[in-house]
Design a protein around this ligand. Sequence first.
Ligand SMILES: CC(=O)N[C@H]1[C@@H](OP(=O)(O)OP(=O)(O)OC[C@H]2O[C@@H](n3ccc(=O)[nH]c3=O)[C@H](O)[C@@H]2O)O[C@H](CO)[C@@H](O)[C@@H]1O[C@H](C)C(=O)N[C@@H](C)C(=O)N[C@H](CCC(=O)O)C(=O)O
Ligand SMILES: Nc1ncnc2c1ncn2[C@@H]1O[C@H](COP(=O)(O)OP(=O)(O)OP(=O)(O)O)[C@@H](O)[C@H]1O
Ligand SMILES: N[C@H](CCC[C@H](N)C(=O)O)C(=O)O
Ligand SMILES: [Mg+2]
Length: 481
Amino acid sequence: MILSKILAGLEYELIQGDLNTEIQSINYDSRGNLKDGLFIAIIGFRTDGHSFILNALANGAKAVIIEQDIPALPTGLTIVKLKSSRKALSLIAANFYENPTKKVKLIAITGTNGKTSVSYIISSLLQSLGYKIGVIGTNGIRINDHLLEDVNKTTPTTPESLDIQHIINKMSLENVEIVIMEASSMALKLGRLDNCEISTGVFTNLSHEHLDDHGTFEDYKNSKKILFDLTSYGIINADDPYFEDFNRQSAKIISFGLDTKADLNGNNVKLLADSTELKISYIDQVIQCSIPLPGRFNIYNTLAAIGACLSIGIDFGDIINKIKFIKPIDGRTENIKNDRNLKIIIDYAHTPNALKNVMETLKAITIGRLITVFGCGGNRDKEKRPKMGNIATQIADYVILTNDNPRYEDPKIIVNEIINGITTENYKIILDRKEAINTALEMAQEDDIILIAGKGSEEYQTVQGVNIPFSDKQTVLDYLK
Ligand SMILES: CC(=O)N[C@H]1[C@@H](OP(=O)(O)OP(=O)(O)OC[C@H]2O[C@@H](n3ccc(=O)[nH]c3=O)[C@H](O)[C@@H]2O)O[C@H](CO)[C@@H](O)[C@@H]1O[C@H](C)C(=O)N[C@@H](C)C(=O)N[C@H](CCC(=O)O)C(=O)O
Ligand SMILES: Nc1ncnc2c1ncn2[C@@H]1O[C@H](COP(=O)(O)OP(=O)(O)OP(=O)(O)O)[C@@H](O)[C@H]1O
Ligand SMILES: N[C@H](CCC[C@H](N)C(=O)O)C(=O)O
Ligand SMILES: [Mg+2]
């Protein structure tokens, strides 16, 4: 595609070169093969893309987008200057891939907890109804259940705008009809979803998380709200304290809840060990059903998923018929079967609210003791550490504090910050996560529940910038062998 077409809709200034240059690829990273490509220099949080322009040129770039003047203008390179490279990236990508989000129905999910869970519930329901589905989020990029690119190790929950357009283009070329995407607050704030045509936005809930990135809770909340400026339908949790903030008049709304009268309601709830029985009502229809996932929070996730399916025109009765086919979700209250009569649960709770929810769910069905293994991530929100320490030791019978991606921080300091919130003595520290899990399994007796929280299906432990292969599930399976 020629450069001028790629830049359509943007305000820019041609510094040197030719707008008719034929461009083969778009890149925000100078590393790799950029042959005949366009390099977009972004000022990042760690470094400045403008300092890699010569590398991009050496790797084959033909043109570059800048937002700041550069000291010397390299010859043989077309240079275009505009106001914000990061902002421009989403429109450039949408132009280059010819607006793939217009060729699919796109559902985006935001909220502190439950984004991945809701994605996979929607995916289960829609696949059972015969649709071809794309999923983009924490557990990877998939078409139906097939992993397209294993992004767990490198890409964030919500990829960069360029990558979103590229992935959805690929999905559309494979005849995917509906794409379900997690929309993290950082992604919304940084405009990664700009220039996407989104049919439906889902709001799960809002609680403490990512205050390191956002500075204030208000900024975190406002970032999540951006999604509902971009969508025509909003599926909103009516029981959440921030419901009114998200209940925007601009979008068509389907509200859901258990406590508040909403468009979609769950009633007569019976929580069982691995499932939930309830009546679900929508307008004047009421249908009894059984959700094959445990916990009150999964009722919310299922109601949110039903709302999303309704918003794209699927019949309520048809959706409810497929609830029984909802599949278990990797690393989300995942039950590891064993012959020791133990309930071993791997879960991704890594926020205070998630930990509280999953622990209360498990505590309610514990006959013996609830033993919890968890830690807090390094270079992430520090305020959540003491809160999680307090919640865990208040609800569990015994807690083992351990490492969870210490990144560039000292694991001992992280654990001490968790301990700052603890007022009891029912815990110990075993920093090595494998040893911590093995110790929990060792001390467990029949009828105990062991909850291993925080990493879900992550396949690594990140230490000093290095991803060391590690899996909670594999550690348990190895122990059981
Ligand atoms: C804060 C943030 O969002 N950072 C993202 C951002 O990095 P950055 O802008 O800081 O990039 P940088 O490292 O300073 O580099 C600046 C530019 O120079 C380029 N560069 C750099 C080096 C080089 O040799 N050549 C080169 O061209 C880089 O590609 C980049 O374009 O752009 C990068 C490329 O897309 C992302 O990988 C990176 O995500 C990092 C890994 C990250 O940790 N992001 C977190 C905060 C995040 O997005 N989290 C959310 C929330 C998760 C949830 O709870 O749900 C998520 O969606 O995952
Ligand atoms: N609706 C919910 N409310 C509260 N907690 C939940 C809810 N759904 C899931 N959880 C808890 O949060 C954990 C993470 O769930 P999930 O992965 O679906 O969230 P997420 O929003 O995608 O997280 P991330 O921000 O890391 O992408 C689960 O393992 C569970 O413990
Ligand atoms: N999307 C979240 C995941 C956190 C998972 C937990 N294992 C950790 O490393 O803190 C984040 O990147 O903040
Ligand atoms: Mg997720």
